[in-house]
Design a protein around this ligand. Structure first.
Ligand SMILES: Nc1ncnc2c1ncn2[C@@H]1O[C@H](COP(=O)(O)OP(=O)(O)O)[C@@H](O)[C@H]1O
Ligand SMILES: [Mg+2]
Length: 244
């Protein structure tokens, strides 16, 4: 589904050029659930932004299926992203002056769906994510976990083939984080290819493969054994410890 060949990215500040992605070669197959790990500054977000088509300043080849992204212009890249990709951010990136339902509708408004059909799609996803009761609230009226549910609903409402998530539970409590990870597993089982960035070993175990980056280099790539089903793990007692 995705193939990167020799992808490189650098930033120029004054006279110095800093390389943040070095000759990245990476193949991601349809249906995979991949986790990017590595120290802060390793290039994880930079690589995810390349995959998300949010960045134009890289070199090398990027194949999205049969499409050579490296040969597309900016408008063609934006169209491809709108059709095929959903992105989830650590800090949610919801629009504060839009309601939950309006936030989720936003990616659909970029497509040429009739309004009726859009309403149906938004209603469906509100239902699937069990946030129907929140649909007319504004983001500031929701908890972090609820805001991230909305962030994910917005990212997947147009049924993207690829879901990208940059530290999606970085601002959440462990119980909320687990809920989000379970949701990712459901989406992945339903066929969505997922690439997440996380610092959490526990979150990483929901995925099926770990890609490690260090100083912009792709240093490790390993499959993960299937996560044990929840019944088989020892139940953990979780305590809510106030807000973070
Ligand atoms: N817009 C930018 N301008 C200059 N340097 C940047 C920019 N974005 C990222 N970097 C640098 O690129 C490197 C990798 O950053 P990033 O991809 O955000 O790492 P990670 O997500 O793994 O923490 C860091 O050294 C960071 O300072
Ligand atoms: Mg980052």
């Amino acid at each position: 589904m995705i193939e990167l060949k020799n992808v490189e990215r650098s930033y120029k500040t004054g006279h110095t050029e800093t390389w943040v992605l070095r000759r990245i070669g990476l193949t991601i197959k349809e249906g995979e659930f991949v986790t990017f790990m590595g120290p802060s500054g390793a290039g994880k977000s930079s690589l995810l932004n390349v995959l998300a088509l949010l960045d134009d300043g890289w070199l090398g080849e990027y194949w999205f299926g049969e499409t050579p992204v490296h040969s597309l212009n900016r408008k063609q890249r934006a169209d491809l992203a709108r059709q095929r990709i959903g992105m989830v951010f650590q800090s949610y990136h919801l629009l504060d002056d839009l309601t939950v339902a309006e936030n989720i509708d936003l990616p659909l408004s970029y497509k040429n769906f009739p309004a009726k059909e859009r309403q149906g799609m938004v209603a469906d996803i509100l239902d699937r994510f069990q946030i129907v009761a929140k649909k007319d609230l504004f983001p500031s009226q929701l908890s972090g976990g609820q805001q991230q549910l909305v962030g994910i609903a917005r990212a997947v409402v147009h049924a993207p083939a690829l879901l990208l998530a940059d530290e999606p539970t970085g601002n959440l409590h462990s119980t909320q984080a687990r809920e989000i990870m379970e949701l990712f597993c459901q989406l992945n089982r339903a066929g969505t290819t997922i690439v997440q960035v996380t610092h959490s070993e526990e979150n990483a175990r929901y995925g099926k493969r770990i890609v490690e980056l260090r100083d912009g280099w792709h240093t490790r790539d390993e499959p993960l054994p299937a996560k044990p089903t929840p019944e088989k793990t020892t139940p953990e007692k979780t305590t809510e410890v106030g807000s973070k």
